[in-house]
Design a protein around this ligand. Structure first.
Ligand code: GLC
Length: 456
């Protein structure tokens, strides 16, 4: 029993550990503003200098390109935070991902043409403005320009790396006689911040809590000493907080270290590896395997780890959601998941309750660390005494992603952790709101902002 409780305790963060995370992240947020180290990808300028007011109107195109799908959309901004959206989704096939850049960008142009046909947009000879959300590494050089650095996620395109994304897209559009101008290229967190500000104007921070985790916020341009572009007062920064978290202040367990060691890029995205949906289930699996081998749980297995639990990522984060959403006192969902997914039966009452506690602790740690990161960002934006501009002013954090939206009690746990960190009075002026559609709507809004002079 001691072994199990010891393992569990490692996932429960003390006040001091949470404070160390906040202080460490705050330091890295500051460091990222001035660093010239090319390996430090944090605090990336977006070149966008203002948020929407919610009153803007007009028709903008958007595409959201991720690892699996391409979404194309025509977004009618109707004012008063209202939008009309026509969206199409296309799977990016293996053949496209591993073919030529020309074939890929021809296909994107074809998908755009199909959308335009469906929304009956008569382009005439005037250009349509497009915003692009691109979830791949990009060295951004202007609001609408960026050099493709690497693609990953199963992409192996010829003639794309090292080229400018705007040029690649617009040449594809021209080959198909489409008059489309790429007005903005953004990270998904920037899209979340901008799109949530359109519906909820008190939004100051955009966060993604999904397969990965990251955030964007608004910074005074004078603070961003590494930014050498045209003069402006403020700018949205993509923090890339995923890549923060020097191991010295992160309370990594041996399971966290193992996840990092076998990952594609060890030492990279340490914070993300402790928090995001891609890794939560794997953390639980590694702890389960260790505890089974030590005969600290599931005595029925006599120290033998079932084959089905041996592959990496075999314990899905979805199983954690299923188990945590079961409110039965005997944790029947634990027994069900172990029987149907791993062929393990005969769990004792103690096993069910221990496994539930382990899963809860891993989920809870993620929520507490996400809250700590939000606190660091609030401190960075508003000073350590957190002088929110006016005592009655509300600051909204727009959060998108399956972990925040679907993981049981996650938003509640985050808010509770934020209250523990900031106190009730300050937290009462902070809203954590579910943000949706950052991808396409955010991209369209940024195209509008850029088109109307809100970018440098
Ligand atoms: C990863 C990416 C980052 C993205 C985040 C959320 O951390 O590096 O750019 O914003 O995932 O999708």
């Amino acid at each position: 029993m001691a072994t199990f409780r010891d393992t569990l305790a490692q996932f429960v963060l003390s006040k001091d550990q949470v404070k160390a995370i906040i202080d460490g992240l705050t330091d890295e947020l500051v460091e990222g503003l001035s660093t010239n180290d090319p390996k430090n990808i944090t605090q990336q300028p977006s070149f966008i200098t203002r948020l929407p007011t919610g009153k803007e109107t007009g028709l903008y195109l958007a595409i959201d390109m991720g690892g699996t799908n391409l979404r194309t959309a025509a977004i009618h901004l109707l004012g008063d935070g209202q939008v009309g959206v026509t969206m199409e989704k296309h799977e990016i096939t293996h053949a496209l991902k591993t073919g030529t850049g020309e074939a890929m960008f021809d296909w994107i142009a074809d998908c755009t043409a199909s959308l335009l046909k469906n929304v009956s947009v008569d382009m005439g000879n005037s250009d349509l403005h497009m915003g692009v959300t691109f979830s791949f590494a990009l060295h951004q050089t202007a609001v609408n320009r960026g050099i493709v650095l690497a693609m990953g996620k199963g992409f192996d395109l010829s003639d794309v790396m090292g080229r400018d994304l705007k040029d690649l897209l617009e040449t594809g559009f021209a080959r198909k006689n489409l008059h489309v101008v790429v007005s903005a290229i953004i990270n998904d967190t920037v899209g979340t911040l901008v799109s949530h500000a359109y519906v909820s104007p008190s939004t100051k921070i955009g966060v993604i809590l999904a397969t990965g985790t990251n955030a964007a916020y608004i910074e005074k341009a004078a603070q961003v000493s590494k930014y050498k572009g045209p003069v402006c007062d403020q700018m949205i920064l993509n923090t890339e907080w995923d890549a923060m978290g020097k191991a010295s202040y992160l309370p990594q367990t041996k399971y966290d270290k193992e996840i990092d060691a076998v990952s594609l890029v060890p030492g990279f995205q340490e914070f993300e590896k402790m928090v995001s949906g891609l890794y939560m289930g794997e953390l639980v699996r590694l702890a389960l395997v260790d505890l089974i081998q030590q005969r600290a749980i599931l005595g029925v297995l006599q120290g033998q780890v079932p084959e089905s639990l041996q592959p990496r990522l075999a314990f899905k984060t979805l199983f954690m959601s299923t188990i945590e959403s079961d409110s039965s006192t005997d944790h029947a969902a634990v027994a069900k998941v172990f029987k149907t997914s791993f062929g393990v039966e005969g769990l004792s009452d103690q096993d069910r309750s221990n496994i539930f506690d382990l899963i809860h602790a891993v989920g809870q740690r993620s929520a507490v660390m996400a809250a700590a990161a939000c606190a660091a960002l609030l401190y960075k934006a508003h000073g350590s005494s957190l002088d929110l501009d006016d005592a009655s002013e509300i600051t909204t954090i727009g959060i998108d992603g399956s972990v925040f939206e679907k993981y049981p009690h996650f938003s509640h746990s985050m808010l509770k952790a934020l209250t523990d960190i900031l106190g009730e009075d300050r937290t009462s002026r902070i809203r954590l709101e579910l943000a949706r559609d950052g991808g396409c709507i955010g991209a369209a809004l940024v195209a509008m902002i850029s088109h109307s002079g809100g970018a440098v």
